[in-house]
Ligand binder design. Structure first.
Ligand SMILES: [Zn+2]
Ligand SMILES: [Zn+2]
Length: 244
């Protein structure tokens, strides 16, 4: 039988940074939530160590945030090689810090198909937004041209919700219509986007496109069954009763 006290693994067990004690069998040390590095046997030791630990904690937290942000920054620059090497080195694909975009959102804002593809293949959540209520599909729909359509297609393939709005009344379809991108409008409709969802002020995608004059988009919306007269929905009818 192995003597637990002579067991190398046992001797390597971490100790509380304040009192130096190792936890009893079956117990674990508690990790400082700031730096995620310092370990304590309990709240008493954590509090006691705070005055001394504070500066180190902040510095370690900053280093950790910078490590997380390097993926966001590389994605936002469209630096495919850097994104790849950071992911290979173990960067978490969906992590960001408070107030910043996720790597996927940064790549979408850059309209960079290759980086978006790599992040999605690496398991990025196609529906994860940021603190400001931005979502990848919504952001992708706000671009014009073929690259935007490619990014939208990748997001939809990865399970992005075609109807997820920005919480302020706008939807991906509405955004694509505003930017006159018929290819994106078509992709969204095929993926199940509601054609007649009105924004906060009551205007539908068709009303918006009529105002902006994007003819190709009008055609796509009408083929998808957009109501030319939204009031048709509100026609009053008498209740039906069975024939006597
Ligand atoms: Zn302790
Ligand atoms: Zn700490």
């Amino acid at each position: 039988m192995v003597d637990p006290d002579r067991d190398g693994r046992r001797r390597q067990r971490p100790e509380c940074v304040k009192c130096g004690q190792r936890p009893a069998a079956g117990m674990k040390l508690l990790l400082c939530g700031g730096c995620m590095t310092a370990k304590y046997c309990g709240l008493g030791c954590q509090r006691g160590d705070r005055p001394e630990h504070k500066l180190v904690c902040k510095a370690l937290e900053e280093v950790r945030d910078n490590a997380v942000l390097s993926l966001v920054i590389a994605a936002g620059r469209g630096d495919l090689a850097k994104v790849r090497s950071l992911l290979l080195a173990g960067s978490k694909v969906d992590k960001t810090v408070s107030g910043r975009r996720t790597p996927l959102l940064a790549a979408v804002r850059r309209n960079n198909t290759a980086v978006v593809k790599l992040l999605l293949q690496s398991g990025a959540d196609a529906n994860k937004g940021d603190d400001n209520g931005s979502y990848p599909l919504m952001s992708a729909a706000e671009f014009d041209g073929g690259v935007a359509a490619a990014v939208v297609a990748l997001l939809l393939q990865a399970g992005a919700d075609a109807n997820r709005g920005n919480g302020k009344g706008s939807t991906p379809l509405y955004a694509a219509v505003c930017y006159g991108n018929a290819a994106v409008v078509e992709l969204l409709l095929v993926a199940g986007a509601e054609v007649d969802t009105a924004t906060g002020d009551g205007s539908t995608p068709l009303m918006m496109v009529a105002q902006e004059g994007h003819e190709a988009v009008v055609g796509v919306l009408l083929r998808a069954g957009a109501l030319v007269d939204k009031t048709k929905e509100r026609v009053n009818t008498e209740p039906l009763t069975p024939e006597s």
